[in-house]
Design a protein around this ligand. Structure first.
Ligand code: T6T
Length: 315
């Protein structure tokens, strides 16, 4: 008796399991991306806002200042207390966000994962992202082609361990590079998603491995940092650089020869479809459990045909 009564009162506190019911008429959505002001996430936000307005829904969009799970969990806690019908989220850690998202779910909030995902697939109703493992393999194939037969070392720059997307990209990259006997893969390094750290690691790797022939930056910041370091060392175009994402700076770097290829994602599609699914889930309609969106390898040769894949710095 007492325990049941306790479970029924209070709202949004730890231990409150809520009713678990979603009001099908709830018109409020929340979007929590991985980091504020970052063009991949900005592009998701712009498309999500557009779709939400078109369907007559309010979208409350928030993000941590850095790609950081503690701050993101705090934002999520605040959003849960406003009881939106769904939260569309890019969890910054594949484990740490599980408990607060389970809490949201228990409070009747539908969870839609965009881009990154939790290891535990039982919390969200749907997950939308690039096929990041395939993207890592595509990056390796592209890099191997750029390097040609030349023997040498290759470096992959990951972000933070526990980031589902970049972990999958690094894995795909490693497995594909292993098929190229002329390329020796150095141990993958972590940048904590800081461009400056990526630049330092590339400078140090150049010094320690004069045979470096290729670098893979698994996302925007790692790629931007690597491009800066190679340029400062006078190695642009000698050490082949394949990046992931297509920020305005990355696209400039590709045009001016500081980067040789970019694997671009489709954040606009992810944002738009994320909102569509959130609305469907609120209404109790079925949604596809997992969907992979398109990616494309952009090089100097096809850059002028691929402008639709460039990310936005502002809506
Ligand atoms: O590469 C994207 C995203 O897919 C990844 O999960 C985290 O980094 C980015 O947002 C780029 O900064």
């Amino acid at each position: 008796g007492a325990a049941l009564l306790l479970a029924g009162c209070g709202s949004g506190q730890i231990g409150d399991t809520g009713s678990g019911q979603t009001d099908p008429n709830n018109k409020n959505l929340a979007l929590i991306t991985g980091m504020r002001g970052e063009p991949f996430y900005v592009s998701i936000e712009c498309a999500a806002q557009q779709e939400a307005s078109a369907q007559g829904y309010q979208l409350n969009s928030q993000a941590p200042e850095k790609f950081e799970q503690a701050e993101q969990s705090q934002i999520l806690g605040g959003i849960v207390s406003t009881k939106p019908g769904a939260v569309i989220i890019a969890p910054t850690d594949d484990k740490a966000l599980a408990a607060p998202l389970q809490q949201a779910k228990s409070n009747g909030i539908q969870v839609v994962e965009v881009d990154t995902a939790l290891e535990d697939r039982s919390i969200s109703v749907t997950s939308l992202s690039s096929d990041n493992y395939a993207g890592g393999r595509l990056a390796a194939q592209t890099l191997a082609q750029l390097v040609g037969d030349k023997p040498g070392s290759v470096l992959a720059l990951n972000t933070k361990a526990g980031t589902s997307t970049t972990d999958a990209r690094a894995k795909g990259f490693e497995e594909e590079i292993a098929k190229h006997p002329n390329l020796k893969l150095l141990p993958t390094q972590y940048t904590e998603n800081e461009a400056a750290t990526a630049a330092q690691i590339v400078s140090a790797t150049l010094a320690a491995n004069p045979d470096l022939v290729g670098v893979f930056g698994t996302n925007l910041n790692t790629g931007e940092g690597a491009a800066t370091a190679l340029f400062n060392a006078g190695k642009s175009g000698q050490v082949q650089l394949v990046g992931f994402d297509a920020s305005p700076k990355q696209v400039d770097d590709l045009r001016n020869g500081r980067v040789q290829a970019l694997i671009a994602q489709d954040p606009g599609k992810i944002g738009q479809e994320g909102v569509k699914r959130a609305i469907a889930a609120i209404k109790g309609q079925p949604v596809e459990r997992e969907t992979k969106t398109e990616m494309i390898a952009i090089t100097k040769d096809n850059i002028d045909q691929q402008a639709q894949y460039f990310y936005k710095a502002h809506c």
